[in-house]
Write a protein that binds this ligand. Sequence first.
Ligand SMILES: Nc1ncnc2c1ncn2[C@@H]1O[C@H](COP(=O)(O)OP(=O)(O)OP(=O)(O)O)[C@@H](O)[C@H]1O
Ligand SMILES: [Mg+2]
Length: 398
Amino acid sequence: MNNVVRMAIVDPVDPSRNSVKNLLLGIDWVWLEAECSRYEFFSEIVEQTSPDVALISLDGDTHRALALVAEVSLSHPTCAVMVVSKSQEGSTILQAMRNGAKEFLNAPLKLDDFMTALDRLRGSSDSKQGKSKGSRIITLVGASGGVGCTSLAVNLGCALSAVEENSVAIIDLDLALGDADVWLDIIPDYTIQDVADNISRLDYSMLKRSLTQHATGAFLLPRPVHLEAEPPMTPEQMQRVVALLKATFSHLIIDITKTFTPLDMAALEISDDILIVTQLDLPCLRNVVRMNQFLEDRDLGDRVKVVVNRAGMGESQISMNKALETIGREVFAQIPNEYAIVIESRNNGIPFVSEHPKSRITRAIQQLAANIDARAAHVPEEDEPAKPKRGLFSFLGK
Ligand SMILES: Nc1ncnc2c1ncn2[C@@H]1O[C@H](COP(=O)(O)OP(=O)(O)OP(=O)(O)O)[C@@H](O)[C@H]1O
Ligand SMILES: [Mg+2]
């Protein structure tokens, strides 16, 4: 998990201070260093506790609170000041920002607004320190049924979580027939259905309870236990859940269906990497071309990476050269055909990256994981054209 953020808050109004406090206590990587009900004592408290973030409510006394924003920003430049207020007045917002506030949040404070603001703050401080960007969303989509999406999603997640600084969550968005839990031999207490049932009052501890950790370290958010005709949540709600998870995990792996449902589309939209998993046969390759076109039409083409699964089956497959000619773009990774290993892994519910660490297929998955991270860490040269900015959720690029 990412580092803890140490916070101090000041709000003379008891009910709103308590509700902010409760919200912060629900986030396990936020450490509430100090809570203060008097503006006049807060500067001293910041001096003593050196928090990463000071959250100042303006609603006790706007004038005084704005002066405090200036004071804390000036005397504690390493502490980021966030302001929260019921006021939407442009002049108040402007004054708060001029006095040094980094974020202006609406009261009552909402979890997603807060997480988003914190994510922005952490993103800018990371880039100032030259750290690599954090969380990546990697979605796998198959060019046909049974091409190996779930095998690859689960093993990629486990391979990524073997790297010490990584924290990985696998989200099974194949809500009807998903089987990521089987591949990991997990009988979950909670599923994505529980997240959906609590969506209006979702806090971080609730969300974390819905995840089950596997022995490899990777977490799983499983599909619902019962098969329902209706999806448990809207695409917007799903994106909100992913936004919350993104604030905590370095990698989110999403296993979607092959039917491009609204939820699948929402996952693709917020993904950094879209892995199209294909095999070397004509129906698959034809679909890769169609899927590429579909994703390019939606401005998602630059995130696509083609992964050929079950490669190396010789004469019975279309050759790699012919495949490259057909799909008209590079192949990002080739995963060898290892039927005995993969089927044993599935039947035992043990990822092959754990059970067969030296096998060719494990090495190929590890290479895929390394290549994804290497691409993510690539900083464009000055004369390299900048990639177009993403719209929705681009703020999550921490
Ligand atoms: N690299 C591989 N070598 C051999 N067999 C494989 C390989 N990858 C996957 N398989 C086999 O292919 C079958 C389907 O795999 P998997 O369930 O991962 O595909 P999927 O795309 O998720 O399927 P679905 O469309 O049902 O979601 C499994 O039985 C698995 O054992
Ligand atoms: Mg699957």
